[in-house]
Design a protein around this ligand. Structure first.
Ligand code: SF4
Length: 678
């Protein structure tokens, strides 16, 4: 193993133990299983059965159902029987929080239980308690006493278990010792895992979810390392980003977190948590998994069509001692700044509009600039691209003040205003070229890089040139890994040039493109690598007007707008550049006390201009406050028709009538000085 995965340079699945859930095998190189969770009231047997069937028909291989108390746990039998009667044998998972009694009932009925170590035995009061070692050990004994009966039942009935830690619901005990950290999440699961192993029970899956992909990725990596160091083996992993939200943002956030781990061969089952009907989560899961389904068979991704030499597929590995960053914590790679790129500047967005034959002011509307002919003024949106790439084209109109143009060298030579136009070169062409005194872009393809990791001397001339921004791309099957390998080399050689990530997609549907971009670039931004982003397509034929039956795709009216929004959303999801309001909305479940999709839409409509503010919309008061993690404001269902409003973790307005709750939320944001007028 290389620190936390099989290989840092080539796609290889992480070997994990095999777990049996009913008749389904998971882990140990079995296909990555996809799953979802029902949102119906568990006591409504028929509605739950019918929704489960819709999910199964969509491809869900496991169905999770909430069991908040004993009566719901008991009703799982009726749900299971009805599903079996209708010919569906898909394993069922009971989702348990706070109630060991419900877990012990469910474990005798269905194939798997999910417990949250943050609230299985511990009550969360958000209290800071200083435990002595003896007191802490006593607490562990108390957990052992309460948790062991469930382990024994699972062992006896052949029931599987997920120990599912959530960033937002760590116990006060864990928080007091480890803080709200990835290590706290790991230790929270490890305490339960050690107890289960002590009972020689191994039918276990683990998860480390967070609504922040950065925290989530670090926690999974740390968990793998901790398990391997302690036990010499790794239990299968269930991947997910909690409360990801809906639409493009929800998909991007999920793809950044889940995709980053899948890229390194990590993950045995995934769930994408969207604030949408659960059956809509399955196609997203499938798109995420599909990327890797043929790699072991060496047929690879669509990009592989470009590769006809088998030896070109692999990248030369390097010892982890040469790794120049820590994969367990976020630290942005140190760079000097060139113009507004690198240094402490937020990553820039470059829009590739070179395929537009004759660019006009109206074309810039798609990337955030609206021109008013009457006043001859530009209005600049929050998600306005910083640069455009126009290929060989010089523009015949005055540009908005903040926008710059990247062109090929011949066009740059012709450009009059050298403060607006900057050249882009291939790495081999740069040395001899006429150069901008301010800013030069140099493209490097990391496609088939077999250079020893510490021997990139051929790049040293660029290293000393403080006008050079590197543009890294790769057509290798292991594209992300090959670019990451190049970053490692740059860091080892103390090359501090800023880097723009240039990612092309040859996938077909909008959803596939979105996932590709989010995975390939998100994985690098989460490592602190990247000072800019530029997304492009090898083919765009599938982006608009997709004609298929039985599946809904993201609607793309304008390719350039779609691409620009995707770039900004990736930066937002990786928390490297905040350009809009962030919504942390739970996917809803049988505990939900209001229509989450409708309410999220309502809140989004009136707050989507409050840039940088994180608003949580949570279905229930039992889990909501814990799970909303680092939100600035929370809108939480606290009873039928009642909403409790939070500022951080603090209750500000209790049991507000739901009819006025959105207005009260706005007032709360205003009272705290975070509001801006639209
Ligand atoms: S926060 Fe949402 S998904 Fe989580 S238990 Fe409550 S209602 Fe269900």
């Amino acid at each position: 193993m290389q620190l936390y995965c099989e290989s840092l340079t080539n796609y290889k699945r992480l070997p994990t133990k095999e777990v049996k859930i009913g008749d389904l095998l998971l882990g140990n190189f079995h296909p990555i299983r996809v799953q979802t969770m029902t949102t119906t009231d568990t006591m409504d047997t028929l509605a739950t059965v019918e929704q489960s069937i819709r999910c199964i028909e969509a491809g869900s291989e496991l169905i999770r159902i909430t069991a908040p108390s004993k009566k719901e746990a008991e009703n799982l039998l009726n749900i299971k029987n009805e599903l079996r009667k209708r010919g569906y044998t898909t394993p069922i998972i009971a989702d348990i929080h706070f109630t060991p009694n419900a877990a012990e009932i469910a474990a005798r009925i269905i194939e798997k239980v999910r417990v949250n170590p943050g609230n299985y035995v511990d009550k969360k009061k958000f209290e800071q308690i200083d435990y002595t070692d003896a007191e802490y050990a006593e607490e562990i004994d108390r957990i052992r006493e309460r948790f062991t009966p469930l382990v024994k039942i699972c062992k006896e009935y052949g029931t599987a278990m997920r120990i599912g830690t959530n960033h937002g619901s760590l116990s006060d005990r864990i928080m007091s010792r480890y803080g709200d950290t990835p290590m706290g999440m790991v230790e929270s699961a490890m305490e339960f895992l050690r107890i289960a192993r002590g009972e020689t029970y191994h039918n276990i899956i683990l998860s480390m979810k967070s609504s922040n992909p950065q925290v989530m990725v670090q926690a999974y990596r740390l968990l793998i390392k901790t398990m391997f160091d302690e036990f010499g083996e790794i239990y299968p992993l269930h991947l997910g980003v909690t409360e990801a939200g809906d639409g493009e943002d929800g998909r991007i956030k999920s793809a950044v977190g889940i995709g980053t781990l899948l890229e390194d061969g990590i993950g045995d089952t995934i769930r994408v948590s969207l604030t949408e009907d659960p059956e809509f989560e399955i196609p997203v899961c499938k798109d995420l998994v599909e990327r890797y389904s043929q790699i072991d068979g060496k047929t690879g991704r669509p990009e592989d069509a470009l590769i006809n030499n088998e030896t070109a597929l692999g990248l030369t590995d390097f010892p982890t001692s040469r790794l120049s960053y820590s994969p367990f914590e976020y630290k942005r790679r140190q760079t000097f700044s060139v113009h507004n790129i690198g240094g402490t500047n937020v990553p820039v967005v470059i829009a590739d509009i070179s395929k537009i034959e004759k660019i006009t002011p109206a074309d810039l509307q798609s990337i955030g600039y609206t021109y008013d002919e009457g006043t001859d003024k530009w209005t600049i949106g929050d998600a306005a691209a910083d640069y455009i790439f126009t290929g060989h084209q010089l523009l015949d109109f005055a540009l908005p003040g903040t926008l710059k143009v990247i062109v090929y060298p011949a066009a740059w030579a012709e450009a009059v205003d050298k403060t607006k136009y900057f050249p882009i070169y291939s790495d081999s062409g740069y040395a001899e070229a006429a150069k901008s005194e301010q800013l030069n872009f140099v493209m490097i393809d990391c496609f088939n890089d077999s250079t020893p990791i510490n021997d990139y001397t051929h790049l040293s001339t660029l290293a000393n040139d403080e006008t050079v921004v590197l543009c890294l791309s790769s057509t290798n099957r292991n594209a992300m890994q090959s670019v990451r390998r190049m970053f490692t080399a740059l860091m080892n050689q103390q090359m501090k040039n800023p880097v723009v990530l240039m990612t092309d997609s040859s996938w077909q549907t909008p959803d596939e493109h979105l996932i590709h971009f989010a995975t390939e670039t998100g994985a690098l931004f989460l490592e602190g690598m990247g000072d800019g982003i530029c997304l492009g397509y090898s083919r765009t034929s599938g982006l608009q007007n997709i004609q298929t039956t039985g599946r809904t795709y993201l609607e793309v009216k304008d390719i350039y707008q779609f691409t620009n929004n995707t770039a900004f959303s990736i930066l937002q999801a990786t928390r490297t550049r905040i350009s809009k309001t962030e919504y942390i909305s739970c996917p809803s479940c049988g505990r939900t006390l209001f229509d989450l999709q409708e309410t999220t839409g309502k809140i989004r409509a009136v707050t989507n201009h409050v840039k940088g503010v994180k608003i949580a919309i949570m279905g229930c008061i039992v889990n909501g406050p814990g799970e909303m993690a680092d939100a600035d404001f929370g809108y939480v269902g606290s009873g039928p028709g009642k909403i409790t409003l939070y500022k951080g973790k603090e209750v500000m307005k209790r049991n507000v009538n739901s009819e006025v709750a959105v207005e009260e939320l706005i007032n709360l944001i205003k009272d705290n000085g975070a509001w801006v007028e639209a």
